[in-house]
Design a binder for this molecule. Structure first.
Ligand code: NAD
Length: 244
Protein backbone atom coordinates (compact mmCIF):
# COMPACT_ATOMS: atom_id res chain seq x y z
CA UNK A 1 0.00 0.00 0.00
CA UNK A 2 1.21 3.52 -0.81
CA UNK A 3 1.91 6.01 1.96
CA UNK A 4 -0.66 8.41 0.46
CA UNK A 5 -3.42 5.88 -0.22
CA UNK A 6 -6.85 7.46 0.20
CA UNK A 7 -5.42 10.97 0.26
CA UNK A 8 -6.07 13.87 -2.10
CA UNK A 9 -3.18 16.02 -3.36
CA UNK A 10 -3.46 19.19 -5.47
CA UNK A 11 -0.56 20.55 -7.53
CA UNK A 12 -0.51 24.05 -9.05
CA UNK A 13 1.68 24.43 -12.13
CA UNK A 14 1.06 20.70 -12.44
CA UNK A 15 1.10 20.57 -16.24
CA UNK A 16 4.88 20.96 -16.61
CA UNK A 17 8.32 20.50 -15.15
CA UNK A 18 8.68 20.21 -11.38
CA UNK A 19 4.92 20.32 -10.68
CA UNK A 20 4.22 17.50 -13.12
CA UNK A 21 6.97 15.32 -11.64
CA UNK A 22 5.64 16.02 -8.12
CA UNK A 23 2.19 14.96 -9.32
CA UNK A 24 3.69 11.70 -10.65
CA UNK A 25 5.41 11.03 -7.33
CA UNK A 26 2.26 11.76 -5.31
CA UNK A 27 0.15 9.57 -7.60
CA UNK A 28 2.79 6.85 -7.36
CA UNK A 29 2.44 6.93 -3.57
CA UNK A 30 -1.29 6.34 -3.94
CA UNK A 31 -2.78 9.84 -3.79
CA UNK A 32 -5.70 11.01 -5.91
CA UNK A 33 -4.11 13.96 -7.71
CA UNK A 34 -5.64 17.20 -9.00
CA UNK A 35 -3.52 19.23 -11.42
CA UNK A 36 -4.18 22.97 -11.67
CA UNK A 37 -2.63 24.98 -14.50
CA UNK A 38 -3.51 27.79 -16.92
CA UNK A 39 -4.17 25.81 -20.08
CA UNK A 40 -7.32 23.65 -19.95
CA UNK A 41 -6.01 21.47 -22.78
CA UNK A 42 -2.56 20.91 -21.31
CA UNK A 43 -3.83 20.20 -17.82
CA UNK A 44 -6.41 17.70 -19.10
CA UNK A 45 -3.82 15.94 -21.27
CA UNK A 46 -1.27 15.65 -18.44
CA UNK A 47 -3.94 14.38 -16.04
CA UNK A 48 -5.03 11.73 -18.55
CA UNK A 49 -1.40 10.60 -18.92
CA UNK A 50 -1.04 10.29 -15.16
CA UNK A 51 -4.08 8.00 -14.97
CA UNK A 52 -5.26 6.70 -11.61
CA UNK A 53 -8.21 9.07 -11.62
CA UNK A 54 -6.02 12.18 -11.81
CA UNK A 55 -8.05 15.27 -12.65
CA UNK A 56 -7.05 18.50 -14.40
CA UNK A 57 -8.58 21.89 -13.61
CA UNK A 58 -7.76 25.11 -15.48
CA UNK A 59 -7.13 28.18 -13.34
CA UNK A 60 -4.83 31.20 -13.21
CA UNK A 61 -3.29 31.27 -9.72
CA UNK A 62 -3.07 35.08 -9.76
CA UNK A 63 -6.89 35.34 -9.87
CA UNK A 64 -8.47 34.63 -6.48
CA UNK A 65 -11.91 33.80 -7.88
CA UNK A 66 -10.37 31.21 -10.22
CA UNK A 67 -8.25 29.71 -7.44
CA UNK A 68 -11.22 29.49 -5.12
CA UNK A 69 -13.37 27.83 -7.80
CA UNK A 70 -10.60 25.37 -8.74
CA UNK A 71 -10.03 24.25 -5.15
CA UNK A 72 -13.77 23.96 -4.57
CA UNK A 73 -14.20 21.83 -7.73
CA UNK A 74 -11.25 19.63 -6.72
CA UNK A 75 -12.70 19.03 -3.25
CA UNK A 76 -16.17 18.32 -4.62
CA UNK A 77 -14.70 15.68 -6.92
CA UNK A 78 -12.08 14.04 -4.70
CA UNK A 79 -12.75 15.12 -1.11
CA UNK A 80 -10.80 17.32 1.33
CA UNK A 81 -7.15 18.00 0.55
CA UNK A 82 -4.38 16.26 2.48
CA UNK A 83 -1.49 17.68 0.49
CA UNK A 84 -0.86 20.62 -1.85
CA UNK A 85 2.19 21.59 -3.89
CA UNK A 86 2.43 25.14 -5.21
CA UNK A 87 4.71 25.02 -8.25
CA UNK A 88 3.12 27.59 -10.62
CA UNK A 89 5.80 30.20 -11.22
CA UNK A 90 8.19 31.66 -13.73
CA UNK A 91 11.49 33.53 -14.11
CA UNK A 92 12.62 36.82 -15.58
CA UNK A 93 15.87 38.67 -16.14
CA UNK A 94 16.61 42.39 -16.03
CA UNK A 95 18.83 44.66 -13.94
CA UNK A 96 16.87 46.96 -11.66
CA UNK A 97 17.42 49.94 -13.94
CA UNK A 98 16.12 48.02 -16.96
CA UNK A 99 13.22 46.18 -15.38
CA UNK A 100 9.82 47.63 -16.36
CA UNK A 101 7.55 48.06 -13.35
CA UNK A 102 4.93 45.91 -15.04
CA UNK A 103 7.41 43.05 -15.35
CA UNK A 104 8.28 43.38 -11.62
CA UNK A 105 4.56 43.27 -10.80
CA UNK A 106 3.97 40.27 -13.07
CA UNK A 107 6.65 38.22 -11.30
CA UNK A 108 5.58 39.19 -7.76
CA UNK A 109 1.96 38.55 -8.72
CA UNK A 110 2.62 35.05 -10.06
CA UNK A 111 5.48 33.79 -7.87
CA UNK A 112 4.44 35.33 -4.53
CA UNK A 113 0.77 36.38 -4.60
CA UNK A 114 -0.05 33.25 -6.59
CA UNK A 115 1.40 31.10 -3.78
CA UNK A 116 -0.49 33.14 -1.17
CA UNK A 117 -3.83 32.74 -2.96
CA UNK A 118 -3.23 29.04 -3.55
CA UNK A 119 -2.25 28.18 0.01
CA UNK A 120 -5.08 30.31 1.42
CA UNK A 121 -7.76 28.35 -0.43
CA UNK A 122 -5.96 25.02 -0.06
CA UNK A 123 -5.79 25.55 3.70
CA UNK A 124 -9.49 26.44 3.83
CA UNK A 125 -10.27 23.04 2.28
CA UNK A 126 -7.57 20.96 3.94
CA UNK A 127 -8.07 18.18 6.45
CA UNK A 128 -6.38 18.73 9.83
CA UNK A 129 -2.87 17.30 9.66
CA UNK A 130 -2.43 18.12 5.94
CA UNK A 131 0.74 19.41 4.30
CA UNK A 132 1.43 22.32 1.95
CA UNK A 133 4.72 22.53 0.02
CA UNK A 134 5.71 25.75 -1.76
CA UNK A 135 8.28 26.00 -4.54
CA UNK A 136 10.76 28.65 -3.49
CA UNK A 137 14.28 28.55 -4.96
CA UNK A 138 17.97 28.65 -4.09
CA UNK A 139 17.47 32.28 -5.12
CA UNK A 140 15.28 32.86 -2.05
CA UNK A 141 18.66 33.17 -0.29
CA UNK A 142 21.16 33.65 -3.13
CA UNK A 143 21.04 36.95 -5.05
CA UNK A 144 22.01 37.22 -8.70
CA UNK A 145 22.83 39.98 -11.17
CA UNK A 146 19.70 40.86 -13.15
CA UNK A 147 17.64 38.61 -10.92
CA UNK A 148 16.02 41.06 -8.46
CA UNK A 149 12.37 40.37 -9.22
CA UNK A 150 12.74 36.58 -9.16
CA UNK A 151 14.94 36.56 -6.03
CA UNK A 152 12.63 38.97 -4.18
CA UNK A 153 9.58 36.88 -5.08
CA UNK A 154 11.23 33.69 -3.80
CA UNK A 155 12.51 35.35 -0.60
CA UNK A 156 8.89 36.37 -0.10
CA UNK A 157 7.76 32.76 -0.53
CA UNK A 158 10.14 31.70 2.24
CA UNK A 159 8.72 34.19 4.74
CA UNK A 160 5.13 33.55 3.61
CA UNK A 161 5.80 29.85 4.28
CA UNK A 162 7.03 30.51 7.82
CA UNK A 163 4.12 32.82 8.72
CA UNK A 164 1.55 30.42 7.22
CA UNK A 165 3.11 27.59 9.24
CA UNK A 166 2.47 29.64 12.40
CA UNK A 167 -1.09 30.51 11.37
CA UNK A 168 -2.01 26.92 10.49
CA UNK A 169 -0.10 25.11 13.25
CA UNK A 170 -3.12 24.90 15.58
CA UNK A 171 -4.85 22.79 12.90
CA UNK A 172 -1.70 20.65 12.48
CA UNK A 173 -1.55 21.82 8.87
CA UNK A 174 2.15 21.98 7.95
CA UNK A 175 3.67 24.44 5.49
CA UNK A 176 7.20 24.02 4.14
CA UNK A 177 9.16 25.33 1.16
CA UNK A 178 11.69 23.66 -1.08
CA UNK A 179 14.61 25.56 -2.61
CA UNK A 180 15.83 23.90 -5.80
CA UNK A 181 19.02 24.89 -7.57
CA UNK A 182 19.15 24.76 -11.37
CA UNK A 183 16.75 22.03 -12.56
CA UNK A 184 16.33 20.90 -16.16
CA UNK A 185 12.70 21.75 -17.05
CA UNK A 186 10.91 23.51 -19.93
CA UNK A 187 11.49 26.77 -17.97
CA UNK A 188 15.29 26.39 -18.02
CA UNK A 189 15.75 24.40 -21.24
CA UNK A 190 17.22 27.47 -22.97
CA UNK A 191 19.98 27.73 -20.34
CA UNK A 192 21.19 24.14 -20.55
CA UNK A 193 24.49 23.76 -22.39
CA UNK A 194 25.15 27.52 -22.25
CA UNK A 195 27.59 29.61 -20.21
CA UNK A 196 24.85 30.09 -17.62
CA UNK A 197 24.74 26.36 -16.93
CA UNK A 198 28.56 26.17 -16.84
CA UNK A 199 28.66 29.02 -14.27
CA UNK A 200 26.14 27.16 -12.13
CA UNK A 201 28.14 23.91 -12.42
CA UNK A 202 31.25 25.64 -11.04
CA UNK A 203 29.23 26.28 -7.89
CA UNK A 204 27.56 22.89 -7.41
CA UNK A 205 29.59 20.58 -5.15
CA UNK A 206 27.83 17.50 -6.53
CA UNK A 207 28.88 18.51 -10.06
CA UNK A 208 25.60 18.28 -11.95
CA UNK A 209 22.39 20.20 -12.40
CA UNK A 210 19.21 18.77 -10.93
CA UNK A 211 16.35 16.72 -12.30
CA UNK A 212 12.66 17.14 -11.58
CA UNK A 213 12.91 13.77 -9.81
CA UNK A 214 15.47 15.21 -7.36
CA UNK A 215 12.88 17.83 -6.34
CA UNK A 216 9.87 15.50 -6.36
CA UNK A 217 11.57 13.11 -3.90
CA UNK A 218 11.89 15.93 -1.34
CA UNK A 219 8.36 17.20 -2.01
CA UNK A 220 6.95 13.69 -1.50
CA UNK A 221 8.77 13.46 1.86
CA UNK A 222 7.34 16.83 2.94
CA UNK A 223 3.84 15.91 1.74
CA UNK A 224 3.82 12.63 3.67
CA UNK A 225 3.67 11.80 7.36
CA UNK A 226 7.40 10.97 7.29
CA UNK A 227 7.89 14.71 7.94
CA UNK A 228 5.05 14.98 10.49
CA UNK A 229 7.04 17.16 12.91
CA UNK A 230 8.47 19.57 10.31
CA UNK A 231 6.85 22.88 9.49
CA UNK A 232 7.95 26.40 8.53
CA UNK A 233 11.21 25.18 7.01
CA UNK A 234 12.97 25.86 3.71
CA UNK A 235 14.96 22.89 2.45
CA UNK A 236 17.59 23.12 -0.29
CA UNK A 237 17.71 20.55 -3.07
CA UNK A 238 20.56 22.01 -5.08
CA UNK A 239 23.56 19.67 -5.17
CA UNK A 240 25.02 21.76 -2.34
CA UNK A 241 25.05 25.07 -4.25
CA UNK A 242 23.84 27.00 -1.17
CA UNK A 243 27.14 26.17 0.58
CA UNK A 244 29.23 28.00 -2.00
P1 NAD B 1 7.65 25.14 -15.84
O1 NAD B 1 7.55 26.35 -16.67
O2 NAD B 1 8.09 23.84 -16.45
O3 NAD B 1 6.25 24.87 -15.08
C1 NAD B 1 5.54 25.91 -14.50
C2 NAD B 1 4.05 25.67 -14.72
O4 NAD B 1 3.34 26.76 -14.09
C3 NAD B 1 3.64 25.67 -16.20
O5 NAD B 1 2.88 24.52 -16.49
C4 NAD B 1 2.82 26.93 -16.34
O6 NAD B 1 1.77 26.84 -17.28
C5 NAD B 1 2.27 27.09 -14.93
N1 NAD B 1 1.80 28.47 -14.70
C6 NAD B 1 2.41 29.62 -15.07
N2 NAD B 1 1.64 30.68 -14.74
C7 NAD B 1 0.53 30.19 -14.15
C8 NAD B 1 -0.64 30.79 -13.61
N3 NAD B 1 -0.80 32.12 -13.61
N4 NAD B 1 -1.57 29.98 -13.06
C9 NAD B 1 -1.43 28.63 -13.07
N5 NAD B 1 -0.33 28.01 -13.57
C10 NAD B 1 0.64 28.78 -14.10
O7 NAD B 1 8.64 25.56 -14.64
P2 NAD B 1 9.43 24.68 -13.55
O8 NAD B 1 10.87 24.78 -13.88
O9 NAD B 1 8.80 23.37 -13.36
O10 NAD B 1 9.19 25.59 -12.25
C11 NAD B 1 8.21 25.28 -11.28
C12 NAD B 1 8.50 26.08 -10.01
O11 NAD B 1 9.79 25.74 -9.51
C13 NAD B 1 8.49 27.60 -10.23
O12 NAD B 1 7.92 28.22 -9.09
C14 NAD B 1 9.98 27.92 -10.30
O13 NAD B 1 10.27 29.24 -9.91
C15 NAD B 1 10.53 26.92 -9.31
N6 NAD B 1 11.95 26.66 -9.50
C16 NAD B 1 12.42 26.17 -10.69
C17 NAD B 1 13.78 25.95 -10.84
C18 NAD B 1 14.38 25.44 -12.13
O14 NAD B 1 15.61 25.48 -12.27
N7 NAD B 1 13.59 24.94 -13.07
C19 NAD B 1 14.66 26.21 -9.79
C20 NAD B 1 14.14 26.69 -8.59
C21 NAD B 1 12.79 26.91 -8.46
Amino acid sequence: AGELDGRHALVTGGASGIGLECARALAGAGAAVTLVDVSAEAVAARAAELGGGARGIAADVTDEAQVEAAVRAAVEASGPLHAAVNSAGTGTFGKVTDLPADEWRRIIDLNLTGVFLSLKHEALHMADGGSIVNLASLNARQPGIGFAAYCASKAGVEMLTKCAAMDLGPRRVRVNAVAPGLIDTPLTAGLMGTEVERDYLDNIPLGRTGTTGDVAALVLFLASDASAWMTGDLLFVDGGAHTM
